[in-house]
Design a protein around this ligand. Structure first.
Ligand SMILES: Nc1ncnc2c1ncn2[C@@H]1O[C@H](COP(=O)(O)OP(=O)(O)OP(=O)(O)O)[C@@H](O)[C@H]1O
Ligand SMILES: [Mg+2]
Length: 513
């Protein structure tokens, strides 16, 4: 008969209080079972989160499984992080296997995060001991994908630099959802990875007002709040900083802060909280600007010389002093970085604070006056052409002076036609008073017009060309604070046959109003 296996240990010798094991039959050695919590890495929701209803609803698309990636893009301080964190808190219980979050530092004072380091962090959060994290990048990607296979994990990749930084961090699993935020447009993620693109714009007026009221409570007087919101260009970051300053300085009123914002050299101080670099609007803009290549930086600075937010590619080409294709490419690049926005075909715009920032930078260039002059001459040239088309006879009387430059790049106006009803009420027909108002802000040193003194530009006309409004106007010189004569500039708007607008019936792109 064979001996039954022993299940107990024999007791060997016994010395005092010490018991020594004899033969050990079976023993298992191991630490306590893994009890790592499910990762929930989201930062806290911003206090007094306001508005963004339609964007929250757009993100909900991720929950129904039609898409697995969303790219929330937009300008600096527009509220991408605030939105995504808010949404992720609301829905993370639908992702029982965890919420991973990382600040990829794509735009900031330091170096962007390396995807390899982020993967090591994610693997740790998913319960992998550091010694098991592979050294090779590709192995880390493979292990990450294996770890989340069959799971439902929400991954929030905040502040991405570009698509290359994001792609290795996207799980292959359909049960996982990924939300990326970036100031860059991340087109590749949309085109190649099927990401849903959600672009954030400035707050609607009511959202901006709600945020000020939420921060300031009873100190928020309706009239003053509306002014503050306007002075902050409805940019969430600026509103938060400005309202925060008022909230913490009991002797500072909203009206006083609005006055500070109106003074150019005090604007950026008024929009900063000293102890917090994320709370200084200009610094946050700097992080975007410094990442641009030199030619895009120059284009952005040049845009600061334009007197109104919206500019055509043609006028920008005159400002930049280059041909249209090159300038269009630069403008597209700036739009991809959300330093400017596309307003319409071949037209671009940028909010008031970014424009003020560009204007500050523009003056640091030695040749800014030449660029400014090229732009004014370009407008004058096209305003004259438009005027000539509307009032060919009167033009003979006024056209005694030649303009110094030939108005490159050229707009070609298509011809004259009857006014349409819409054209009669278009903003350009109402523009002369507005032109006049802006004119006082434009100064020019005497003599820089060669033989054409500004006084010669006293045309003013409204009419229509091909059903579109045409207005050509310039003003007699007025004295500016510097003592230099100021010239008003021109608007010219018409259907035109230049390549971009031919046949579309769009207004020509020489309007400045
Ligand atoms: N919907 C909102 N409700 C309340 N506050 C908001 C909202 N959106 C943004 N903010 C405030 O505006 C500031 C900037 O927002 P946020 O950091 O989300 O911008 P961002 O687009 O992520 O900027 P960046 O490009 O610098 O990362 C934050 O301080 C936040 O408090
Ligand atoms: Mg952010």
């Amino acid at each position: 008969m064979s001996e039954a296996p022993r299940t107990a240990n024999d007791i060997g010798q016994n010395h005092g209080n010490t018991v020594q094991a004899g033969t050990v039959g079976h023993i298992s050695i191991g630490g306590a079972p893994d009890t790592l919590p499910v990762p929930r890495q989201l930062p806290r929701v911003v206090p007094a989160f306001t508005g963004r209803t339609e964007h929250l609803a757009a993100l909900d698309e991720l929950l129904v499984g039609r898409r697995t990636i969303a790219a929330v893009v937009g300008a600096a301080g527009i509220g991408k992080t605030a939105l995504v964190v808010r949404w992720a808190h609301r829905v993370q219980d639908r992702f029982p296997d965890g919420t991973l979050h990382v600040d990829l530092r794509g735009y900031g004072p330091g170096e962007p995060a390396s995807p390899s380091d982020v993967l090591a962090g994610f693997l740790g959060a998913l319960g992998i001991y550091p010694e098991r994290v592979p050294l090779q990048f590709d192995d880390r990607v493979a292990m990450y994908r294996s770890e989340v296979a069959g799971k439902r994990v929400l991954v929030v990749l905040d502040n991405a630099k570009d698509v290359a930084q994001v792609r290795p961090l996207v799980p292959g699993e359909p049960g996982c959802a990924v939300v990326v935020t970036s100031r860059a447009d991340l087109k590749g993620l949309v085109v190649n990875d099927g990401a849903q693109r959600i672009q954030l714009q400035l707050f609607h007026e009511h959202e901006a007002v709600d945020l000020v009221v939420a921060v300031l409570g009873r100190r928020a007087q309706p009239g003053a709040v509306a002014e503050l919101v306007r002075a902050c260009a409805r940019l969430p970051l600026a509103i938060r900083v400005a309202a925060g300053r008022i909230a913490t300085h009991h002797d500072l009123t909203i009206t006083e802060l609005v006055q500070e914002l109106a003074v150019e050299h005090r604007r950026w101080d008024a929009l900063s909280i000293r102890s917090d670099e994320n709370g200084a609007v200009r610094t946050v803009f700097d992080w975007s600007y410094r990442k641009l290549p030199a030619d895009q930086q120059l284009m952005f600075r040049r845009l600061g010389l334009h007197p109104t937010p919206e500019i055509s590619a043609h006028a920008a080409a005159a400002l930049f002093g280059a041909d249209l294709p090159q300038v269009r490419a630069l403008l597209e690049d700036l739009a991809d970085q959300h330093m400017i926005e596309i307003a319409d075909r071949d037209r671009y715009t940028c909010h008031d604070l970014l424009r003020a920032y560009a204007a500050d930078l523009a003056q640091e260039d030695d040749d800014w006056e030449q660029a400014h002059r090229r732009m004014i001459e370009w407008y004058a040239h096209h305003a004259r052409n438009a005027y000539r088309m509307v009032h060919p006879i009167r033009m003979v009387l006024h056209d005694r002076f030649s303009l110094v430059n030939d108005g490159q790049p050229k707009l070609v106006f298509a011809g004259r036609s009857k006014p349409s009803r819409g054209a009669r009420s278009s903003p350009a027909t109402r523009s002369p008073p507005c032109v006049r108002r802006r004119a006082t802000a434009i100064t020019w040193p005497p003599c820089s017009w060669g033989t054409s003194p500004p006084a010669c530009w006293s045309w003013s006309a409204t009419g229509t060309v091909r059903g579109r409004c045409v207005c050509a106007a310039s003003l007699p010189p007025v004295r500016s604070v510097t003592g230099w004569p100021s010239v008003g500039c021109c608007t010219a708007s018409a259907s035109c046959t230049d390549g971009s607008n031919a046949g579309t019936g769009r207004p020509a792109s020489s309007t400045w109003r």
